[in-house]
Design a protein around this ligand. Structure first.
Ligand code: GDP
Ligand code: MG
Length: 226
């Protein structure tokens, strides 16, 4: 493997998790493309989106290559493999503010993370998505606040449709992970993860699993007016 073309300081790998239909794929596209896509992949596989950003801390600028992995529909079958979680350094855990079920499932996703992530206490940002659908909202702020406090999770309300708070959510997670990196001297698990992160994604997962920008055969789904 060659590292000659690496022109960033850190490659960060994040995962987007949450029940099917909460808006993971839309949120990811909104973050990288600034648009609300309505045509999506529901095939089995793994997708990722990438973005470059600069993170400044303690007077230094770090060039970050951010890779955010999506589940591409596998979450529907609860069939995310251990390998899927293993290489991720941070997690965006999404639920749908218009679905109590997706909110109740958050604790199950946290349990999955506790079992499969590189540490029992990984960096997670909880996102209540579809905040544009005010009339359909069924999950209250109090409910989320109690859960976020119980699990000590930062919480942010997002809309993949309008773009509200998407960048903030991702950058909050970048900040958390970068803080961990800066404090990680001597943390063996995290050092190993960072060493691995120099690998290219399709080497890490196998090219047959990587499906980028793939449109589905299904007709476009849309449930808002933006
Ligand atoms: N109104 C609204 N609809 C959304 C939002 N995010 C996703 N959707 C819709 O919710 C459905 C599921 O989105 P998708 O990204 O495929 O969910 P995934 O299964 O978690 O990847 C689609 O019909 C989207 O158009 C949002 O923030 N607001
Ligand atoms: Mg999806």
């Amino acid at each position: 493997m060659t590292t000659a073309n690496i022109d960033y300081d850190y490659l960060l790998k994040f995962l987007v998790l949450g029940d099917s239909g909460v808006g993971k794929t839309c949120l990811l596209y909104q973050y990288t493309d600034g648009r609300f896509h309505t045509q999506f992949i529901s095939t089995v596989g793994i997708d990722f989106r990438e973005k470059r950003l600069v993170y400044s801390s303690r007077g230094r600028r770090h060039r970050i290559h951010l890779q955010i992995w999506d589940t591409a529909g596998q979450e529907r079958f609860r069939s995310l493999t251990t390998a899927f979680y293993r290489d991720a350094m941070g997690f965006l855990l999404i639920f749908d503010l218009t679905s109590q079920k997706s909110f109740l499932e958050v604790t199950n996703w946290l349990e999955q993370l506790r079992m499969h992530a590189y540490t029992e206490d990984p960096d997670v940002v909880l996102c209540g998505n579809k905040c544009d659908l005010l009339q359909l909202r069924v999950v209250s702020r109090e409910q989320v606040a109690a859960l976020a406090q119980r699990y000590r999770l930062p919480y942010i309300e997002t809309s993949a449709c309008t773009g509200a708070n998407i960048q903030q959510a991702v950058e909050l997670l970048v900040g958390r992970v970068m803080e961990r990196i800066e404090n990680a001297v001597g943390n063996r698990d995290f050092s190993l993860l960072m060493a691995q992160s120099r690998r290219l994604p399709n080497l890490a997962y196998g090219p047959e699993l990587v499906r980028l920008h793939q449109a589905s055969d299904n007709p476009p789904r849309r449930n808002c007016n933006c």
